[in-house]
Design a protein around this ligand. Structure first.
Ligand SMILES: [Zn+2]
Length: 630
């Protein structure tokens, strides 16, 4: 796996702060010597994702994934190993061979696309502020967008013309520009043309601030009014949030996010000081987007026009409570205390009929907006109101029964019991039914809805190693002396757990490597995950020399008993030959028997069998004494 020298990789590891890197994607909190957060690689509501800052290693005890900074970036950004090395080398200020003229290897093409998009964004920004960008600047002015805000968001202008971007980015080649979504292939004849022409461009960035797509707005009668980048290897709709890179810090600080529909809504909110605002890049936010926000805050506030609120809230709630949306059933909470990681309160702030955040902010300013936010109510409350309201005053018993059932069904999907109880009291009052009755019905439905607790996307869990092997490998990782004393006694073939076996083989190959450096020497993900678990789960060692002694005795016994077995076999064979009247050498028998006696003595007592018995050492001071803190 390693195509870069271990020294280079060490330099990069030393120059990249793992907490800083992972912290761009995961909200980390200090927990003892480690940091803890919600795993970005599987859906969970209790943090089991750990980062060890000293060793530069992460590990998730939920899905079993783990590794170093390279492994994290590879998984998070779907990069190849050399790509991850290049990205982090740049951050750490470490020069790579290819920086000095060597060839770059293992490019999956994504890195090239990032460069293309970066160059395109720079070009479009330049055009906006150049002479021919005047029409676009006039439009910004008309919409009340500050030039400063426009610059902070990297707004650009795609000039009229069919081959402007193709000409400007010629060195990248046509194929890369097509792959990046900047050029469109002609339908009937060969050739390509610019996708964005005569449009104001909003650069869509990922959480790391890299441009992955553009949204283009026409000024006049152009159709469509909004034209977006197509899905590319860098950009898939539905999981990105516009301005998340700019808003993330404030979202974390304020522990809340404001989510709006349009680019201009978002710009306006930032311009008025609401820098925790992101845009959903569509008419409605998705569960995947909420899951991103959930890593940074406990509350999300969305804005609905008063006329449409009931209907929109009902639609959003229905969608978010769908089992297929995975895990958000318990996440959509109404109000009340923020209870632990993973529970996200989704609220709705009402705007006067006909307003969106953009028009409202321009009319009422920040103070009015703040008031609306303060009055935000749970998305679920709105959804309930809608469901109950449909029954209408004076509805017949069957309509009421129907509405009772729908409310009970929604309640059943709210896994937070306190939340559900409060909602059911509210709903019962409005429905004119007994709260207990409604609650019982919801409980009944909940029991029938309960699905088996399988979490999608979990890496195939590897079995845990036997305690003896785990402790032995942990010792080898931590101590040079242990490596010197124990490696000669170890036959890796006798190690049962595949991951532990690979780690021992690798330590034997590069005995001077520090534990984190082994990461890039290992050949399989299984071994890397096993290694990260050991490193993150760093246990305090008792007196090192004593522990090494205990393991040495244990391993020597194992080895001796192996030899004893083969000697005993030798004796048995010789005796068999003797009984078959073949002439035998008396000295051989005597020697074997003597060896056997010596070995018996050393092993002490009954001969332990090799592999299965290692778990049950009869020696009370044996290696099991090492992990008494379990
Ligand atoms: Zn995980």
């Amino acid at each position: 796996m390693a195509s870069y020298s271990p020294a280079t990789l060490d330099d990069i590891r030393a120059g990249v702060d793992v907490v800083d890197l992972v912290g761009r994607f995961v909200n980390l909190r200090k927990a003892g010597q480690n940091y803890k957060g919600l795993c970005p690689f599987h859906a969970e509501k209790t943090p089991s994702f750990m980062v060890n800052p000293k060793k530069g290693i992460f590990h998730c005890f939920g899905c079993g994934v783990g590794g170093d900074v390279f492994g994290f970036l590879m998984r998070q950004d779907r990069l190849s190993f050399p790509e991850a090395v290049r990205v982090l080398a740049k951050q750490a200020g470490v020069a790579l061979p290819e920086d000095r003229g060597g060839a770059a290897a293992g490019d999956s093409g994504r890195e090239e696309l990032y460069r293309v998009m970066e160059a395109a964004a720079a070009f479009y920004v330049e055009r906006l502020w150049a002479a021919d960008g005047e029409r676009a600047r006039e439009y910004l002015d008309k919409r009340g967008i500050d030039p400063d805000v426009a610059k902070r968001f990297g707004l650009g202008w795609a000039p009229e013309g069919w081959e402007t971007i193709r000409g400007a980015l010629k060195p990248f080649g046509e194929d890369a520009l097509v792959a990046a979504g900047l050029l469109v292939t002609r339908d009937n004849k060969p050739g390509t043309y610019d996708r964005f022409r005569g449009r104001l461009l909003f650069a869509i960035r990922d959480l790391q601030g890299r441009v992955v797509a553009f949204g283009g707005r026409g000024f006049g009668d152009e159709q469509p009014k909004y034209l977006n980048s197509p899905e590319t290897p860098l950009y898939s709709k539905g999981n990105l949030l516009y301005a998340a890179d700019l808003a993330r810090e404030t979202i974390r600080e304020k522990n809340r996010a404001l989510i709006v529909e349009g680019y201009v809504d978002c710009l306006m909110a930032h311009q008025h000081g609401f820098t925790e605002t992101v845009a959903a890049l569509g008419t409605a936010f998705t569960a995947a987007q909420l899951r991103v926000l959930e890593r940074y805050c406990g509350e999300v506030i969305t804005f609905f026009d008063a006329d449409a609120a009931g209907q929109k809230a009902a639609e959003r709630a229905e969608e978010l409570l769908k089992p297929s949306e995975g895990g958000l059933a318990w996440g959509v909470n109404r109000a009340g205390a923020f209870n632990g990681a993973g529970s996200l309160r989704v609220k709705v702030a009402l705007l006067p009929a006909g307003h969106d955040p953009d028009t409202f902010l321009r009319a009422e300013g920040a103070a009015g907006f703040t008031e609306r936010i303060a009055g935000a109510r749970s998305l679920l409350s709105y959804a309930f109101d809608r469901t109950i309201g449909e029954t209408g005053a004076g509805a017949g018993p069957s309509a009421r029964r129907n509405s009772f059932e729908r409310v009970a069904l929604m309640l059943a999907k709210v896994a937070d019991a306190e939340e559900a109880a409060a909602l059911s009291r509210e709903a019962a009052l409005k429905l004119g039914v007994d709260a207990t009755q409604l609650w019982i019905e919801a409980q009944r439905l909940q029991a029938s809805l309960r699905r088996p607790a399988t979490v999608a996307g979990i890496a195939t869990a590897t079995p845990a190693p036997p305690i003896f092997e785990r402790d032995l490998v942990a010792l080898l990782l931590a101590s040079r002396d242990a490596r010197g004393a124990l490696l000669p006694l170890l036959d890796p073939a006798e190690i049962v757990h595949a991951g532990m076996r690979e780690i021992v083989e690798t330590i034997a190959r590069v005995p001077d490597a520090e534990a984190p450096a082994l990461m890039s020497e290992l050949g399989t993900d299984g071994a890397r995950h096993a290694l990260s678990a050991l490193i993150v789960d760093e246990r305090p060692l008792s007196e090192e020399t004593v522990v090494i002694q205990q393991f040495r005795r244990r391993l020597e016994r194992t080895r001796l008993s192996g030899r004893l077995r083969s000697v005993s076999q030798g004796v048995a064979e010789v005796q068999q030959k003797a009984s078959s009247a073949v002439p035998m050498d008396a000295t051989i028998v005597a020697e074997l028997q003597q060896q056997g006696a010596v070995l018996h003595e050393l092993v002490g007592g009954p001969v332990p069998s090799l592999t299965p018995a290692v778990e049950s050492s009869p020696d009370p001071a044996g290696p099991q004494g090492v992990h008494t803190h379990e």
